[in-house]
Design a protein around this ligand. Structure first.
Ligand code: BMA
Length: 327
């Protein structure tokens, strides 16, 4: 087959043959579904996934699963690892969802940004931990509706930076960045990537997927685009690149998606046609990415790829059309 006819999506990200790698059937207690997991490599011999677990009331909590190879033999905590604490944090009334994990070397702690589902809508909350056993919640830091948040691993000119996705009254939901001196008070809010309009795969609603990936060429973002169709929403993944020193600047943005729902476990489930990555780990070579994603809001799956190949592809398939990128 000619190179140009090869399916570039299959070349960039390959599905693991053991997918889905985590399901409700593998859980030590009774749950409805396990999906949208944050991920971190705790050591060369241990990968941790912090999974969103939905119980049979419809509310979600977070539960950790650990594995030596990041694919098989998961040891799941025997009970929920992080539960909503409604007495202290009323914003968690309807559950906690979709964690993203980043190591903050300055604090020597992992930071978890997650969706706290309040009765006024979803908001962004932050928790810190050293070991994924004890957690220090900082509470909700963005008012509803806001979600899909992750921190950068270090400060820019003394301020922490966080990517997130508020939904304004206009209904078009863009990706924003905000800054904070203390992780609690956030300001200097700016749009960094705008949802497009019309038939684009990333029209109307976009959001960060896993935390930004630091590369010599900039911060590589994997982001999801939500295409609204008469048959429902289609969640797909594309790429963008932010300036390394000044992440307010978007340098490249893919004009195609690199992954969309294709397999049975992605097309069928509680919410079909959804691929929703919240975490990645890097192999020892610093280039191989293991991207963990929720499939159809039902199970956790894994794709692997190469950061270098994704960057090369992005340069060939990027447009920053000012009109499409404008409000
Ligand atoms: C988004 C989030 C995700 C979910 C997705 C598809 O808005 O709520 O948790 O996976 O919708 O239902």
């Amino acid at each position: 087959m000619e190179l140009s006819k090869l399916d570039y999506r299959k070349r960039l990200l390959q599905r693991h043959p053991d997918n889905p790698i985590l399901t409700a059937y593998k859980w030590p207690y009774f749950v409805n579904s396990v999906f949208n997991a944050g991920a971190i490599r705790l050591s060369s011999k241990e990968t941790l996934l912090l999974c969103r677990v939905e119980d049979c009331s419809g509310m979600s909590h977070l539960c950790a699963a650990r594995s030596s190879d990041g694919v098989n033999n998961w040891k799941v905590d025997p009970k929920p690892t992080l539960l909503p604490d409604v007495a202290r944090y009323p914003d968690e009334k309807w559950g906690i969802e979709d964690p993203r994990i980043v190591w903050l070397s300055e604090l020597k702690k992992y930071v978890i940004t997650y969706t706290s589902y309040s009765s006024e809508g979803p908001s962004v909350s932050i928790a810190l931990t050293k070991d994924f056993r004890k957690f220090e919640k900082l509470g909700s830091v963005m008012p509803p509706e806001d979600k899909d948040a992750a921190l950068f691993p270090y400060r820019f000119k003394e301020r922490w930076a966080m990517i997130h996705r508020p939904v304004p009254a206009s209904g078009r939901a863009h990706i924003w960045i905000s800054f904070s001196p203390d992780l609690i008070h956030w300001g200097d809010h700016k749009v960094i990537i705008r949802a497009k309009r019309g038939p684009w795969w990333d029209a109307y609603k976009i959001g960060l997927s896993p935390p930004p990936i630091e590369t010599p060429e900039g911060w590589l973002l994997l982001y999801h685009g939500v295409r609204q169709t008469p048959a429902g929403c289609l969640y797909r993944i594309g790429l963008a690149l932010l300036d390394l020193k000044n992440p307010i600047r978007c340098l490249l943005r893919s004009n195609k998606w690199i992954m969309g729902p294709e397999t049975d476990y992605e097309r069928t489930g509680d919410v079909g046609d959804v691929v929703f990555p919240c975490g990645y780990t890097l192999g020892d070579d610093g280039d191989t990415i293991h991207l963990y994603y929720g499939a159809a809001d039902t199970s956790v799956s894994l794709v692997t790829g190469s950061i270098r190949e994704m960057l090369a592809w992005l340069k060939e398939n990027s447009s920053l059309d000012t009109e499409e990128n404008s409000l």
